[in-house]
Design a protein around this ligand. Sequence first.
Ligand code: GAF
Length: 381
Amino acid sequence: MTDEAAADFETVHGARPSGVWAAPGRVNLIGEHTDYNDGFVLPIALPHTTRITARRRADGRLRLFSAQGDGTITDLALDRLKPGVVTSWAAYPAGVFWALAEAGHAIGGADLFVDSDVPTGAGLSSSAALECATAAALNDLYGLGLSAPELAVLAQRAENAFVGVPCGVMDQMASACCTDGTALFLDTRTLEQRHVPLDLAAAGLRLLVIDTRVKHDLGDGAYAALRAGCERAAELLGLPALRDLSAADLPAALDRLPSELRPLVRHVVTEDARVTATVEHLDAGRIAELGPILTAGHASLRDDFGVSCAETDLAVEAAVAAGALGARMTGGGFGGSVIALVAAARVAEVSEAVRAAFRSAGFAEPVTFTAVPSVGARRTA
Ligand code: GAF
């Protein structure tokens, strides 16, 4: 571990740490709002990570400090944790302690020092990064021997039941399981996963991420309402989940649904098909042909699912008009980030075109960076 990480930890917690763990944020290439419908997703991990320096405590207390916080330590008793008692950023790591204990794993207290460069509220899964880094640290500190998918499911449980956000499992699986240079093709029903090689550089391409800086919040009720709408539609169709509706059966199924649920169902079914089509393209080495699938995915999220906003729409339009092969919002929506597939030589031009379009529209300056598929949660020291 770096001397600096150890020194920072010691300044706050008064003792030497045992190690450092890191977990990344993610962007999803395609497969949005499919995970809670038991469908398919295709995220990559970002190089941006949340890092946790930690040590065990023998007294059952959790002492949580964030370098991005207000300078105070959140001090909690493990045996007093229950949903609703922690409302700050500390609910994410505390929720992981709670979920592990609730599942019967033998854990005790810990001191944590959290430091992160995953942008928050940008649709890049800073919450999952924090949860998965905590889970990886506790797994090692207490010798639990849990696998990466097991840790991801516990992290999702923490977010659902402790923090109170009814998210699917994509973000935690991406943060826990991704590998360098690949996208994670995940069946969210079975958790079967395949790491699909994604060599953007060899194809002369870049994945441009455009953070619109419109803060998104999954806890505000809109996400839960969409999820409930999808579940209601599956129930009306007599299906376990919308994943069980095929594209061939879609037209007849839509006729049987109330009009307000039809667009939701159309998005989910066509989005699952876009994920499998994307994987087929990647397997065949046709990365440069993915653009229209990405842009069609955005249109579906905008027109059918209704989770886009003026800034994400403008970022997609401006990027494509400036020569991006395709673009779409990524993550839950209601703001957040857009990804664009761009020829390496045109990245600066496309980024500047998006910035200029935002200036003309009077929107805040977006933040742009290129992303390479990176590795999931791990111990780094
Ligand atoms: C958010 C959720 F956390 C994910 O589970 C997923 O539903 C995504 O929105 C939309 O695809 O990131």
